[in-house]
Design a protein around this ligand. Structure first.
Ligand SMILES: [Zn+2]
Length: 544
């Protein structure tokens, strides 16, 4: 089953090469200063009381330009609970984490050393292209493109009314908070972030990133914003011009790094910095091919990342379970704004992410066996279930591709590299290690019999309960005779079907199972059958 992919993105050009009129600039007066600390103390709750010293601790990279505020980490600052939470998100268009590291960019390196670094990956078409419209919309809203409906850079029918940007959610939660967005790419300020944001600036194209930086610096130094989004564009330009493998791309990263440094210096130089609790996040909307370009489905184009530097993030920490939809809820949580389940956010505040049983397998993942499209160094699969789980392959055919002979545990990188452009890239709601039954990939080598494999859960105690909630992420692509069934086993009895799938699904499933009278134990069986069809992915299974 083969498909094609194409790059559908028109490169953006810098101001010097643009001939059309400057983008519309919308600047409205700054909102009044935010109210005092008391309401934030209420919003934040007790968790903030445990927060440590200031997030932007001075590092070697900044020592040369240290301001009084740069040493706030060791200064007798206000207690964490009394400090005012503030958020700064800086988006570096088209920047790749691997190349950020290669560049040695000092300000970004210091943020990584002092906080969390998490690589992540994106969808592809038909969900959305790896382009700026979907990328920045996903980061702004905390939902994937199948919800916000920005599929490309045309913004044909965005669902921002249902899934607004996080600055708009800040304004809804507390209109007194001051919000600010400034972007070199105009649609961010004009379209993605709504008119409810206090100040939106699409930087005039003649000013490009220099103007964006200057405006962000001025606002952070002279104003009193509570939540800020800044987008710098030039790394993407270098990617289009020269490719992500080029020296020019590294130079562009170092260029925006210096601008990030200017912005951080403005934050640290704030008169009230010692009484403020800043969360700084750096991210990107997509990657680039080595020779330049994005929009398609290569692993390089699908690369994104978040660097999170703040009191909730341990210095030098690394996570594998973070996705781009987490940035908005992380920002909101830092401001003390709890997400309402009715918002339908796909993301979770990063500090609140809880690994599942499958994630524990990451150290056991190994490289390819029969697959040919995956580089030998990519460690990404095991067929050994985690503790408490098992795989029943008693009805499974023989032969086929070793990696996918029955339920396997794998990663987005390994699984999507097995074969691109068969919608595996749409598995955006899985995190870190997940379980997959894939009869299509299994059938790529001589096999006998059918694909018939059952993933078996641990036993969960249910005694004394009338109903038990079972939740899991399910990503299912059906075809032909394929089946996907969830069965419940009560006290070791006969399996009973409680759910089956016949159509495409991509979301979180909740089943409220009625507990039979007297039952004390529940085990789940996830049975997939097929014959060179598609696949079923499960992740984050929770019972109770
Ligand atoms: Zn681009």
């Amino acid at each position: 089953m083969t498909t094609h992919q194409e790059n559908d993105v028109t490169p953006r050009i810098p101001a010097a090469q643009q001939t059309h009129a400057a983008p519309q600039s919308r600047t409205t007066p700054a909102a009044p200063a935010a109210p005092g600390l008391s309401r934030r103390g209420l919003l934040l709750g007790t968790a903030a009381a445990a927060l440590a010293a200031g997030p932007l601790a001075a590092t070697a990279a900044h020592a040369a330009t240290a301001t009084p505020a740069a040493s706030a980490a060791t200064a007798p600052a206000a207690t964490a609970a009394a400090r005012t939470p503030k958020v700064l998100v800086i988006g570096l268009d088209g920047a790749m984490l691997t190349r950020v590291k290669d560049s040695g960019a000092p300000n970004l390196a210091a943020l990584m050393a002092g906080g969390l670094t998490a690589a992540s990956s994106l969808y592809t078409n038909p969900m959305a292209g790896t382009s700026s419209g979907p990328g920045w919309s996903t980061i702004a809203t905390g939902v994937w493109p199948d919800k916000h409906n920005v599929r490309d850079n045309n913004f044909t029918a965005p669902a921002f009314a249902a899934y607004p940007d996080f600055l708009t959610r800040v304004e809804t939660a507390d209109p007194a908070l001051a919000t600010y967005v400034v972007a070199s790419w105009a649609p961010i300020a004009d379209t993605i972030y709504s008119g409810r944001v206090d100040t939106r600036v699409a930087t005039p194209s003649a000013e490009y990133d220099t103007g964006t930086t200057a405006r962000a610096v001025a606002r952070l130094r002279d104003g009193n914003p509570d939540a800020v989004f800044v987008q710098l564009d030039n790394v993407d330009h270098a990617g289009h011009s020269s490719g992500s493998a080029s020296q020019a791309y590294l130079d562009a990263i170092r260029g925006v790094d210096a601008q990030v440094g200017q912005i951080l210096t403005a934050v640290r130089g704030r008169a009230g910095y010692a009484q403020e609790d800043w969360l700084v996040m750096i991210t990107a909307d997509h990657g680039h091919t080595p020779t330049g370009g994005h929009g398609g489905s290569t692993w390089e184009e699908r690369q994104t990342f978040v660097i999170a530097n703040g009191s909730a993030f341990p210095a030098g920490s690394v996570r594998h379970d973070v996705r781009m939809v987490d940035i908005a809820p992380t920002a909101l949580a830092h401001l003390g704004i709890a997400a309402d389940p009715a918002w339908g956010l796909d993301g979770t505040p990063i500090p609140a992410l809880v690994p599942d049983d499958f994630d524990a397998l990451r150290p056991q993942l190994t490289g390819r066996v029969d697959e040919t499209g995956i580089a030998a160094g990519v460690l990404g699969f095991t067929r050994t279930a985690p503790a408490g789980w098992s795989v029943d392959n008693s009805a499974m055919g023989t032969g086929g591709v070793t990696e996918w002979r029955g339920w396997s545990f794998t990663t987005d990188e390994f699984w999507t590299k097995a074969q691109r452009d068969q919608n595996r890239e749409l598995n955006v709601r899985s995190r870190n290690v997940f379980a997959v039954a894939d009869s299509d990939e299994w059938a790529d080598k001589t096999f006998q019999g059918n694909y018939d494999s059952t993933l078996v859960s641990p036993e969960y105690p249910v005694a004394g309960r009338s109903s038990v909630p079972v939740t899991f992420n399910t990503f299912y692509r059906p075809e032909g005779v394929q089946t996907a069934r969830v069965l419940a086993v009560w006290d070791g009895g006969t399996p009973v079907e409680v759910k089956s799938y016949t159509a495409d699904t991509n979301g979180r499933q909740r089943l409220d199972l009625a507990v039979p009278a007297g039952a004390s134990r529940l085990r789940l069986r996830f049975r997939y059958t097929g014959s060179n069809n598609w696949y079923w992915v499960l992740d984050n299974v929770r019972v109770g």
